[in-house]
Design a protein around this ligand. Structure first.
Ligand SMILES: Cc1cc2nc3c(=O)[nH]c(=O)nc-3n(C[C@H](O)[C@H](O)[C@H](O)COP(=O)(O)OP(=O)(O)OC[C@H]3O[C@@H](n4cnc5c(N)ncnc54)[C@H](O)[C@@H]3O)c2cc1C
Ligand code: FES
Length: 315
């Protein structure tokens, strides 16, 4: 599994092959790469990211912009925006990358108007993604809201490269409408099952948690995961937890992992101006070599994936 930027990165062009709406605010953008871009993105590991230039892309018509985003929509886009792939497939001399995204501001709103045949500038693959520590037998994927994208990519790569590993996915959100999956989820039970096709396609069971109980387990994803661990007789040292989602959830995962002596990797989010380690805009506070000392690492270059035990979470 590739997880670092030793792969040759560059500024490439991607051709849009699809941009499907999922639910109210989610979309899945399919990009096709050929030539040098195909070789570069075929090696993009789960958790790495790309920087998209959306500055020349049109806004959707006003009637399609949610009321809470009407002001934000008018902001000019000066910087590229970071996105991770939810799926990467190499087919012949082409590579297809899919991005699961949510409309939250001017760039992601513009993304919704991309249509088949459009061309878009993509820098990547960037950063350090997820990796598998030696000797692990069980992986737990913890996806909070939009964190589901990179963990779907990880699920696919684990199945292909680590076929004997047991993998269980946990997906959480405040409420059912904020779960970025295609299936109707309001009738999902609170038990482990194959309810999420995005993970079931790799033979993985999944558990859904919503803060308001509108789907699956009633409560925080971290509580759901802790209960699951409480009922399991697996040894902490055989497991690894992978987390992607809001920082508060990642902090919760870090605590669970520390208590049970489980390795845990978290994908951190920061605003990224350059994405390649030049502007210093994406600092992540990390523990230093003394308890009273912290150091700053760069989310775009040293991460976005970090070991949870090294991060000082900003809460
Ligand atoms: C490594 C990485 C991978 C990502 N992958 C995905 C993905 O696969 N799918 C997806 O939908 N989004 C992803 N994101 C988040 C995405 O880059 C932002 O939502 C992006 O800023 C959207 O641009 P915008 O112009 O629509 O909204 P903006 O106006 O840029 O942001 C909207 C709101 O979100 C806040 N915000 C934006 N970016 C961040 C951030 N990095 N940290 C904290 N707050 C932020 C802003 O303060 C603002 O309030 C990823 C981010 C990172 C760092
Ligand atoms: S985004 Fe510029 S240094 Fe990280």
């Amino acid at each position: 599994m590739t997880n670092d930027s030793s792969v040759k990165k560059g500024v490439f062009s991607g051709t849009v092959r699809g941009n499907k709406r999922i639910g109210e605010r989610f979309y899945r953008l399919r990009l096709e790469f050929s030539g040098a871009a195909s070789s570069a993105f075929a090696q993009c590991g789960p958790g790495q990211f790309v920087q998209l230039d959306l500055s020349g892309t049109a806004l959707p018509p006003g009637k399609d912009i949610a009321e809470n985003l009407t002001d934000a929509a008018q902001r000019r886009i000066l910087l590229r925006r970071p996105f991770s792939f939810a799926d990467v497939t190499a087919k012949g001399d082409k590579t297809f990358g899919e991005i699961l995204y949510c409309t939250v501001g001017p760039a992601s709103l513009r993304m919704t108007t991309l249509k088949a045949g459009d061309s878009i500038s993509v820098i990547g693959p960037l950063g350090r993604g997820f990796w598998v520590p030696e000797g692990k037998k069980t992986a737990l994927l913890a996806a909070g809201g939009m964190g589901a994208g990179p963990l779907q990519h990880l699920a696919k790569v684990l199945t292909a490269d680590y076929p004997t590993m047991q993998v269980t996915a946990f997906a959480g959100a405040k409420t059912v409408k904020e779960l970025p999956f295609e299936r109707r989820l309001d009738e999902v039970a609170r038990n482990l099952g194959f309810s999420l096709p995005e993970f079931a396609q790799y033979g993985m069971e999944s558990l859904v948690a919503t803060d308001d109980g509108s789907a699956g387990y009633h409560g925080l994803l971290t509580n759901c995961l802790a209960e699951w661990l409480g009922q399991s007789d697996l040894r902490g040292q055989d497991m690894v937890i992978y987390g992607c989602g809001p920082e508060a959830m990642l902090a919760g995962l870090a605590e669970i992992a520390q208590d049970r002596k489980i390795d845990c990797q978290v994908s951190m989010e920061r605003m990224m101006a350059c994405g390649i380690g030049l502007c210093q805009s994406c600092a992540v506070e990390c523990k230093g070599d003394r308890p009273d000392k912290t150091i700053y690492k760069l989310c775009c270059k040293d991460g976005p994936v970090f070991e949870s035990k090294e991060v000082v979470f900003a809460l």
